[in-house]
Design a protein around this ligand. Structure first.
Ligand code: ZN
Length: 203
């Protein structure tokens, strides 16, 4: 298989959902757009099939629902090792009043505790939204080899939108990045959440 004959079917024309509300993840508000066509640069491990990605992304979306249930911006993450989830996390920045309580940070910490190692070298991280610079930094430090995410975050994304931390050749670790997996579902969850918040505030 060549690098360009990618086995993954990634939607390149996902609908654009725009949001303008400030959130715990960023001071300037939100916006979500379709993924960008940069798959050609990545060759994920052959044993990881797209169907599997959807399976695990559903777990991340279930985490996002936990966040939504307590009034948090719905973002979820799981870290998968072999055929098991070894770390889960959902956004808890409001609940904990903790700026670092992003879904990825919580899932990475749980996964490291599970393995008893600060290096998550055989793991795949699934997150519903493109990681921010903080989480991308944590992913690099944890040496996670493959990152799969859903919707792009043009306001804060560090995996193609604003920065490309996960694939920066100047760092001592680079990830294979697979964007756009179940992006519509992730984006719709976020859009619906902010619609609801605006409606509540309007009353
Ligand atoms: Zn983050």
């Amino acid at each position: 298989m060549t690098r360009n004959s990618c086995i993954f079917k990634v939607r390149k024309n996902a609908p654009v959902a725009q949001l303008d509300r400030a959130s715990g993840y960023g001071p300037e508000g939100w916006g979500f757009e379709s993924l960008r066509a940069y798959m050609e640069n990545g060759t994920p491990p052959p044993e990881i099939l797209f169907g599997s990605h959807e399976r695990w992304m559903r777990e991340a979306l279930a985490e996002a629902e936990k966040a939504e249930a307590v009034g948090e911006v719905p973002i979820g993450c799981v870290v998968v090792h072999g055929l098991s989830v070894i770390g889960r996390g959902h956004n808890q920045t409001e609940t904990l009043q903790e700026p670092t309580a992003h879904a990825e940070m919580i899932a990475i910490s749980a996964a490291a505790a599970s393995l008893g190692s600060r290096r998550l070298e055989d793991c795949v991280l699934y997150v519903t939204l493109e990681p921010c610079p903080m989480c991308a930094g944590a992913i690099v430090l944890a040496r996670i080899p493959v990152v799969v995410f859903g919707a792009m975050d043009p306001k804060a994304g560090a995996s193609g939108s604003l920065f490309r931390i996960l694939e920066d050749e100047r760092l001592n670790h680079r990830c294979e990045v697979i964007p756009g997996v179940m992006a519509d579902e992730a984006s719709q969850k976020l859009s619906a959440f902010f619609r609801k918040v605006r409606k509540t505030e309007g009353n």
